[in-house]
Design a protein around this ligand. Sequence first.
Ligand code: HEC
Length: 456
Amino acid sequence: MSTDRFSSPVCSFPGWAAALALSAGILAACSSKSSAPPAPTAGGGAAAALTWHHDVRPIAEEKCQSCHTDGGFAPFSLKTYKTAFDNRGAIASAVENKSMPPWPPSAACNSYQHDRSLTDAQRAAIVAWARGDAAEGDPSMYVAPQNAPAPALRVDKSLAASAAYSPVESPDEYRCFVLDWDETTTKYVTGLRIKPGAVAEVHHAIVFQIAPADVAAVQALDEKDPALGYKCFGGTGVNTAGWIGGWAPGTAGGAFPEGSGIAVVPGSKIVVQMHYNTANAPPSPDKSTVELQLADSVKTRAAVVKWANPNWVRSHTMNIPAGDPDSTQSFAFAPAAFMGQVSDNILQNNAPFTIWTASLHMHARGVKGTLTITHADGTKECALEIDDWSFHWQGAYALKTPIVVKPGDTLGIECHFDNSGKRQPVVNGSPAPVGPVNWGETTEDEMCLGFFYATP
Ligand code: HEC
């Protein structure tokens, strides 16, 4: 937003400052037009200073329109003045209570590229506009946002299921589709984007590679389910599946860090896990496309390192007691001697590596999660913290400044779960009964899993 040169006819405040002041209820004091201080919701008064074209449209372009577009999966478009005006009441509440735009990472932990969160000034401007006159203003006053997200991706390969699939479970369905990989030499995925087919119902998608040794297992799952694809929830159903990338609305998709890529060997399969949500749209046939940028070679092979306590996975030691409203599960370990093993030998044992992107995965009972690097000298770096976990808003967050992990450093993950009656997953339309919970792939199970996109 660049409103600083704007002068209000009421007070000579820059637009953003007027908005801040108004939301704090103090601008009324400088109003020369009205002797009675205007209530923020009453319209008119100082809020008339803010217009769609000058103040709100640039923010909407930068922070809302990736989801709120025509036929998008958000319930209405925020591309035109009219749709914004028509929804101004809901906009004011959703922006004020910070439910919109969704941006789970805590700013206290780290800074990320393509941050969708609003600055205080942007939030105040939207709320003041929506609660005030919500005027259209003059299109010539429009100034393009400074941080328009425009990452470029060269599409070398597009993969999609053989036919469209219409979700049958409501409101949420997780479906895995097995896609053929026809390359005869090792290729490196250097960027990824998902083009949703039925935009309105695609909530998120995760792309996995299935190594040749696991292809039979995945095909068996696929064949057991008579419809196209197969039902899946926390992952592909195959533990060793390697994550290539994830996509959620608002994730522009794009190239991986310069010079790096993820190797896919001949004979592999790709599985794309689609999360459909039909709460706002009737189920309709979806055929989403996985778009990949490929290279024959890369300077640095990258690995997506999964981070969890191996005992949670193997021996089911992640005991979340029935009824516990705050069960904390944590795991910290200095992994230097095992980095080869956990990265398919892409990272080396006892050598530094760089973390570019961090993400967290829990299921429905997850409340809060953190990924932390504790350096050998005792200093800590926070890679990702999500304080108000929502299963519906998962993503991979690209650090503005990558973190270098050295031998002796510890990677830590901590997850908090609410296993009381309040946060049980909905299974077939009703909340699951309260009971002990452990690690697993289904809706009723939990996970506490970190992912790092890392290079040697
Ligand atoms: C990452 C995608 C995404 C972005 C970015 C986003 N929204 Fe939304 N928005 C949604 C979805 C999806 C819904 C439907 C409700 C839900 O799933 O939470 C929604 C719902 C809403 C609603 C209705 C809420 C209600 O309670 O009825 C409003 C208002 C809204 N968004 C405003 C905005 C504004 C304003 C911005 C930008 C400042 C924004 N959104 C950015 C995805 C997004």
